[in-house]
Design a protein around this ligand. Structure first.
Ligand SMILES: *Cc1c(COP(=O)(O)O)cnc(C)c1O
Length: 224
């Protein structure tokens, strides 16, 4: 039986709910019984990074779970999650956005998506830079079955809180600027997904509307 830290979970909700910040419980690498245990406490939003793992979990878990895809998504795998995914937070190219639009149309639905922005110092992290964000957003109406609802970002993995705060601050400024430029008459663009177990407090202070938290609730992951 997996160990879910219910007291950490309760504390998180007490911190986040008064600030209207949504909690995505990141369950990658954790077993379905852990997800179910949290589901029974009322949690409905879960985040996963790997398509195969997500698909096999989705099959056996309650159908009212809202699954958020937060990992790097290969174009050829979009079709496996398009029928059920609640939100794809990690759109990092025009190609993958196009494919999401195509697959969503096939399923006769609209998929909410977020654009992942590269804000960290690490080269290894995925995400769009400012120029490609503008290039994409200029044409976003060409993909009506992929509804862009906001931005997602990951700060540098560091103990330097100032670096983290600056990166989140930058992402919030960018969010406001893009909202004004491309969504002034469209309320869909409203979510800023930033903050993980070790940096969510800073993210919330800097304007996050949604945090993605795994290890604080489910314990340390063995790999990944
Ligand atoms: C794994 C992961 C998280 C959660 O990380 P924790 O440190 O376990 O809270 C959040 N966002 C993304 C994109 C992730 O890959």
């Amino acid at each position: 039986m997996a160990s879910v830290d219910f007291s950490a979970y309760r504390q998180l909700l007490q911190e986040l709910q008064p600030r209207n910040v949504k909690l995505i419980a990141v369950s990658k690498t954790f077993p379905t019984d852990a997800i179910l245990a949290l589901y029974e406490k009322g949690q409905r939003d879960f985040g996963e990074n790997y398509v195969q793992e997500l698909v096999s979990k989705q099959k056996v878990l309650p159908k009212d779970i809202r699954w958020h895809f937060i990992g790097h998504l290969q174009t050829n795998k979009v079709k496996y999650i398009a029928p059920f995914i609640h939100c794809i937070q990690s759109v990092d190219s025009i190609r993958v956005l196009q494919e999401i639009d195509r697959q969503a149309e096939k399923c006769q639905r609209t998929i909410p998506v977020m654009l992942q922005v590269h804000i960290a110092k690490e080269k290894t992290k995925f995400g769009l830079d400012e120029a490609s964000l503008h290039e994409l957003l200029k044409q976003h109406q060409a993909w009506p079955h992929a509804r862009i609802i906001g931005l997602m970002g990951m700060a540098t993995f560091t103990d330097n809180l100032e670096v983290i705060r600056n990166e989140f601050h930058y992402l919030k400024l960018l969010f406001d600027q893009l909202k004004q430029t491309y969504f002034s008459d469209n309320p869909d663009f409203s979510e800023l997904s930033m903050g993980m177990s070790h940096d969510y407090r800073i993210a919330v202070e800097e304007g996050s509307t949604m945090v993605r938290i795994g290890s604080l609730i489910f314990g340390e992951r063995k790999s990944n």
